[in-house]
Design a binder for this molecule. Structure first.
Ligand code: OOG
Ligand code: NI
Length: 459
């Protein structure tokens, strides 16, 4: 159908609407956005080379709109419906994250755009977790939670109709898209009316705070929206000056020249008043669900690079544990820095040692006379350029740290995992894409195109 609009446009309509909603619901989010904008402007002004690199790689425009959010779902049906909803916006499940390794009864995926053009227009992502009642020891409570969840409908009837329309027609018209966004927003809105009594809430909360957060409400409120900064250390430092207290340590790799993967920090945003239902009328209580977070993204790592990252992070965490009040944070940071001295810190070395993924392009107007013997020669001559590929995904250990901190503790915990990707994909009704596969495809595709443009397709 010709009047169907691109899913990228629907995603942008939606992420803007979500950002506006969150700004009114969580005032500190607005403060954070302002701080991140100030820091990013200062970084770009102070580092013209970085600015030029981001501009040439087409990354500068997306920076201002770049956000990720997170939701937690209760049932397989909910995950199935949410997958269909995100597909309308050009967002698909990538990666499987087992959070039971950190003692959390959830497993997750990230819905995000997958092709390069879509990512550069608006890389909006939603980290989506499914609660695992099967991991609860109290089977009676697990069944009760299951019954409560079975009663709710998190997607409006009209949104479901429009999803079916999009699936049938290969997209939505502009008018349908606007209505779809309004309806979809309902799923992620905060509801201060709990669907359970104060007594049930307490039981769920005692079993696990996450269980109470998922089971006690009408829908999966968006629990944070995260802007991307170019200097997370500067934002972490600037937060207290603007009345925001961040968690004790930044998750992920240490500060480096050649940034890798993802660094994140978060803060508790709100203690919200809620009303419980009850036979004797409603009663009041409080709930903390929503928080703020910032992220800095670096280069995506190959499996070899990722294995090295996991090894060094594991050694750090074995050597120093951060306590629940954030004690030990500075020795943790020192240890992290020390361990990561073993991780090459220049993009060129990362590329030559095949530790990270790149996107290749021919330099504007470049020609290469004759036949090149190898790739290194082409790169050295300036004809072939290797830009770092941004890591578009998440990290399970970091995600666990963000979860923990917003559940009320900075303590790090390490448990043995109970991954079940098969069950997750059955609920989802689809397979999750492999993140490595996507980066690898981009690397190979861009290299073939660049070499062809330079007349060096034989390489
Ligand atoms: C999700 C926490 C994980 C991230 O960026 O790694 C996360 C949640 O608390 O629901 O947002
Ligand atoms: Ni997050």
């Amino acid at each position: 159908m010709s009047d169907v609009i691109h899913s990228d446009s629907i995603r942008t309509l939606f992420s803007n609407a979500m950002s506006e909603m969150y700004r009114t619901e969580v005032p500190q989010y607005g403060t954070l956005i302002d701080l991140v904008r100030d820091v990013n402007e200062a970084v770009l002004a102070a580092d013209p080379a970085l600015k030029a690199r981001l501009e040439a790689a087409g990354e500068l425009e997306r920076l201002d709109v770049e956000r990720h959010g997170a939701i937690r779902l209760g049932t397989a049906q909910e995950l199935f419906d949410i997958r269909r909803m995100f597909a309308v916006m050009g967002m698909f499940p990538v990666g499987y994250y087992d959070l039971s390794v950190a003692g959390l009864p959830v497993h997750s995926t990230a819905f995000r755009p997958v092709d390069e053009a879509a990512l550069s227009r608006n890389p909006f992502r939603v980290f989506t977790s499914l609660i695992r009642l099967e991991l609860l020891e109290d089977r009676g409570l697990a069944e009760e939670a299951g019954r409560i969840l079975a009663r709710r409908k998190i997607v409006t009837d009209r949104a479901l109709e429009l999803i079916a329309t999009a699936e049938k027609n290969g997209g939505l018209t502009e008018a349908e898209a606007k209505e779809f966004v309004t309806e979809a927003l309902e799923t992620f809105r905060w509801h201060s009316e709990a669907t359970v009594s104060a007594g049930t809430y307490k039981k769920l909360h005692d079993a696990h705070r996450l269980i109470a957060d998922v089971v006690s409400f009408r829908g999966p409120h968006i629990n944070h929206l995260t802007p991307r900064t170019l200097d997370i250390d500067a934002v972490q430092k600037g937060m207290p000056e603007r009345g925001i207290t961040p968690k004790a340590v930044i998750e992920g790799p240490p500060c480096r020249q050649a940034e890798i993967l993802l660094r994140q920090t978060s803060f508790k945003a709100l203690e919200e008043k809620i009303n419980f239902t009850g036979e004797a009328g409603s009663s009041e209580g409080t709930h903390t669900a929503r928080f703020g977070e910032i992220e800095q993204r670096g280069i995506a790592l190959t499996p070899k690079g990722r294995a090295l990252y996991d090894e060094l992070l594991g050694k750090t965490r074995q050597a120093v544990a951060v306590g629940s009040k954030g004690d030990g944070a500075s020795s943790y940071e020192e240890e992290l820095k020390k361990q990561f001295e073993a991780f090459p810190d220049s993009f060129d070395t990362l590329r030559r040692e095949k530790l990270a993924f790149f996107r290749y392009r021919a330099a504007p107007g470049a020609t290469f006379d004759g036949t090149s013997a190898n790739l290194e020669e082409l790169i050295k001559s300036g004809a072939l350029i290797a830009d770092p590929q941004v890591y578009e995904d998440f990290l399970p250990v970091s995600a666990a740290g963000i979860f923990q901190s917003n559940l009320g503790s900075d303590a790090q915990s390490n448990y043995s995992g109970k991954a079940n990707q098969t069950a997750f994909e059955e609920a989802l009704g689809a397979k999750v894409a492999s993140e490595t596969g996507l980066y690898s495809k981009t690397q190979t595709g861009s290299l073939v195109a660049a070499l062809t443009a330079l007349g060096q397709a034989h390489l």
